[in-house]
Design a protein around this ligand. Structure first.
Ligand code: NAP
Length: 204
């Protein structure tokens, strides 16, 4: 049965959010005919990071600033207000409750994150609750991704859609490095975020 509403959940650490994320969310909105996209910054991610993740409050505020001028974009505190680790399954359960049965959920994130999905908590439920959209940067090894997507299809009978995003040639890692080394980050993210990073001395 076709559902009445279509809502995208844009999951990511967003440390910091940049134009690549914004372009990805807009492309997903258009390609998948979504009514809105809810940016959902991670709280305390269960998977290890090789760097100290910036406080959830800073990442939330930068995200809120970045999406401010797009009426189809929203930001949610659901993960950053959750105590303990944040698992996508809990987030999907939350949005499924909020939006009800008439809404089809789409989870948008980076292909590298989604490649690991078979290790996520309650993967069967996760895959049954939404449609996954895996965003890739130009030059991404699509063979590896397609192999994984076939494996997911075989194991769980679930479709994950790859989406190549031309403007995704920006990364949060690169932005953090540039700030640390005193290089310009102009035109990689909205000016409001650049100012926020400078004002709060983040990534130095
Ligand atoms: P990550 O490992 O920091 O990012 C992996 C790659 O994907 C990076 O290249 C990253 O680029 C890109 N990326 C991340 N979010 C993106 C987005 N929304 N759109 C386009 N590219 C994106 O991944 P993460 O941010 O920690 O996790 C991504 C999502 O998966 C989060 O919502 C997280 O909660 C979920 N997740 C859940 C579980 C679980 O439930 N067990 C485990 C792992 C991840 P940038 O660095 O430039 O963003």
């Amino acid at each position: 049965m076709t559902k009445k509403n279509r809502v995208g959940i844009m999951g990511g650490t967003f440390d910091p959010i940049h134009y690549g994320h914004l372009v990805t969310a807009e492309a997903a909105r258009i390609n998948f005919n979504l009514d809105e996209v809810i940016f959902t910054p991670t709280g305390n991610p269960p998977h290890k990071k090789d760097y100290a993740v910036t406080s959830a409050e800073h990442r939330y505020l930068m995200t809120a600033l970045a999406i401010n001028d797009n009426p189809f974009f929203k930001v949610s505190r659901v993960e950053i207000d959750r105590k303990g680790y944040t698992y996508t399954v809990d987030t999907l359960r939350y949005f499924a409750r909020e939006y009800g049965n008439d809404t089809a959920l789409f989870f948008i994130s980076g292909a590298d994150a989604i490649l690991d999905i078979l290790t996520w908590k309650d993967v069967r439920e996760v895959l049954s609750m939404c449609t996954f959209i895996a965003a890739t940067r130009p030059g991404y090894p699509m063979d590896k991704l397609k192999q994984k997507l076939q494996e997911i299809k075989r194991l769980y009978n679930s479709e994950v859609y790859p989406m190549e995003v031309t403007g995704m040639d920006i990364s949060s890692t690169e932005i953090r490095r540039r700030v640390r080394e005193g290089l310009s980050i102009k035109y990689l993210l909205p000016e409001s975020i650049e100012k926020y990073i400078k004002k709060h001395g983040i990534y130095r």
